[in-house]
Design a binder for this molecule. Structure first.
Ligand code: F6R
Length: 610
């Protein structure tokens, strides 16, 4: 949700900034902007649309060849998608330019105050207010003015600020939104919202903490809090390879990430299953073994795809570990005054580790005394740092806006956690071993499904003109149905509803008309016969049934018009296979409809506003 890149060093900043910005474009792509200081003069260019538009707009334009600058790619919150509302925003007195990710909540009161003091605004954004406030407080020291302004604002921010009057200074700060300072070898610094924009230049970086302000010059940097108390942040090594954030021959990141899933599961499982002792080893949870054993209740909280993974985790925790478990939208949990009894564990599930709602739910849970665990992908992210303990997904950076490999990673980790707790309670070593063998076999089974991708593409293309789809599943695959519908909606803009197959006849059955595509997850399992009955209900009303079925099931061909096969698998792990054809369907539908798969309209990766 908005990406920031800033540079100070000895090189020309523009190509470094634009290349970094392209790598962050998945965070928002409504508009982009850049500000550069060259020979003591500030130049700013903003453009709606993609970074490529901005690049074209400054091509050959004078004023953009300095070695200090900042840029931004936007996902609009306050104010529409216009050039004026794009970042950077400037003050009206000192040549200050600022980029911002987050929301300034008290911007309206601050704006009135600043207007009374004679400032004129050009945009409807909250960010311009912060730029003006820094300008209002500026008395020849940018760092001081930024600290002063940040003492006045409430809300969330990651910011980078430059000022024409201090052409060798870059000031950055963070509260609630991520910001990293990459430390290059030749007195250069690249600051960015995530490591993807830094790794081409350096792997050494500082993750800024809330209320950190960093003043960077070519000679070095100093970190303080907003009250100017000096701090000594730790320099860390970014665990990121350049090839992980490149397309590597795939047309889209989403497709690359779908095809990476066997590798993702292998990475996620690596070293976590002790086949000799029949137990799951999760180093991140080791210090909390007692809390896990005596836990009375687990609350899994997340948003979107991560919530669907959490729902599968819930079934497993109840099924395998016999713990009362609920799942909840983080956005609802936070505001509904939840009851947290003793021995409750709250697990925040999140790819980015920055989702504002999930982070807020986590704070609420901690406030009420729960043990807070994280199931997170991005190392060092806010959720990862604020939980008491956790387990990383290890699936590598997910760049496609539609989450795929992170979902598989989340289900894998939640399976491991369920088995880990189950083994401390009711599960025997042999039962655990059986399940671990099933887990080990998952990557090769996903590979078998991926081999059918062209067949799945052909099936999808038969239905791609239809505007309404249903996704139906039962038990462990009810959340898979929700996930299939979400994937289709978000990248192909087709209306899709996911629901428990049995729920259909309580209302949604009215939607079924001639040719409506109904995707059933109809793998072999406890509820197979019941799903067959639900399929009949759709068929007899003219719906077209596309089934995800178990290899070797020939009976299904009598009921479904189209079948996509998955290998046989135990029921708790079946979503990890059943979701793959649904991800591919969504992808091929979006491509067939001519959409930009990695940058679906109105969306952005990592929703850092509530
Ligand atoms: C859907 C999708 C979103 C995210 C949700 C939570 O494809 O990506 O629904 O799952 O915004 O994001 P994280 O997992 O980063 O907390």
């Amino acid at each position: 949700m908005c990406g920031i890149v800033a540079y100070i060093g000895s090189k020309v900043a523009r190509p470094i900034l634009l290349e970094g910005l392209k790598r962050l474009e998945y965070r928002g792509y409504d508009s982009a902007g850049i500000a550069i200081i060259q020979n003591g003069h500030l130049s700013v260019q903003k453009k709606i649309g993609r970074v490529a538009n901005l690049e074209a707009a400054i091509e050959g334009k004078p004023g953009f060849d300095g070695s200090l600058g900042l840029c931004h790619t936007r996902w609009a919150t306050h104010g529409g998608v216009t050039d004026f509302n794009a970042h950077p925003h400037t003050d009206d007195r000192h040549g200050i330019a600022l980029v911002h990710n987050g929301i300034i909540e008290n911007y309206s009161a601050l704006k009135t105050y600043l207007q009374e003091r004679g400032h004129t605004f050009n945009s409807q954004t909250d960010t311009e207010v912060l730029a003006m406030l820094i300008g209002e407080l500026y008395e020849g020291d940018l760092e001081k003015a930024v600290q002063g302004a940040l003492r006045e604002v409430t809300g969330a921010y990651a910011i980078a600020v430059i000022c024409e009057k201090e052409p060798d200074v870059l000031v950055c700060a963070r509260k609630g939104s991520p910001l990293l300072v990459g430390i290059g070898s030749e007195n250069e610094y690249v600051v960015a919202s995530d490591g993807a924009a830094i790794i081409a230049h350096t792997a050494r970086a500082i993750h800024l903490d809330d209320y950190n302000v960093v003043k960077i010059t070519r000679e070095g940097f100093r970190t303080t809090d907003i009250h100017n108390t000096a701090l000594s942040p730790k320099v860390q090594q970014l665990e990121l390879e350049l090839e992980q954030i490149e397309l590597g021959g795939f047309q889209h990141f989403m497709l690359k990430e779908i095809f990476e899933q066997p590798k993702s599961v292998r990475a996620c499982l690596g070293g976590r299953m002790d086949m000799r002792e029949g137990r799951v080893v999760l180093g991140g949870l080791a210090a909390f073994a007692k809390d896990l054993t005596k836990a009375k209740r687990v609350i899994l909280t997340a948003q979107g795809t991560a919530l669907h993974a959490a729902m599968i985790g819930r079934y497993m925790l109840e099924d395998l570990a016999k713990i009362t478990c609920t799942t909840e939208y983080a956005s609802e949990f936070r505001y509904r005054n939840p009851v947290i009894e003793e021995n409750t564990i709250v697990v925040a599930v999140s790819q980015s580790g920055e989702t504002a709602d999930t982070l807020a739910a986590l704070h609420e849970a901690k406030e009420r005394g729960a043990l807070a665990l994280g199931v997170v992908n991005v190392v060092g992210s806010s959720i990862a740092r604020e939980t008491d303990a956790g387990v990383y997904l290890r699936v590598g950076p997910e760049i496609g806006v539609a989450s795929t490999k992170a979902f598989i990673g989340q289900v894998t980790v939640l399976s491991l956690i369920s088995m880990h707790i189950a083994r401390k309670r009711f599960m025997s070593a042999d039962q655990c071993l059986d399940m671990m063998r099933e887990m080990e076999a998952i990557p090769a089974k996903i590979e078998r499904i991926l081999e059918q991708s062209q067949r799945i593409k052909r099936i999808t293309e038969k239905y791609v003109e239809r505007e309404n789809w249903l996704f139906l599943g039962r038990g462990y695959n009810y959340p898979t149905a929700l996930e299939g519908a979400l994937k289709l909606k978000e990248i192909s803009y087709i209306h899709a509803e996911g629901m428990p197959a049995a729920e259909m006849k309580h209302g949604p059955i009215a939607l079924i008309n001639e040719g409506l595509p109904a995707v059933f997850i109809a793998n072999k399992g406890r509820q197979y016969e019941k799903v067959m009955s639900n399929i009949q209900e759709v068929r007899s009303r003219g719906g077209h049934v596309i089934a995800v079925a178990t290899e070797g099931d020939t009976e299904i061909n009598k009921h479904a018009q189209d079948v996509m096969y998955i290998p046989e698998v135990c029921e708790p792990l079946s979503p990890m296979l059943a979701v793959v054809p649904l991800q591919l369907m969504a992808y091929y539908a979006a491509v067939a409809r001519g959409h930009d798969v990695d940058k679906p309209r109105n969306l952005a990766k990592s929703v850092t506003v509530e």
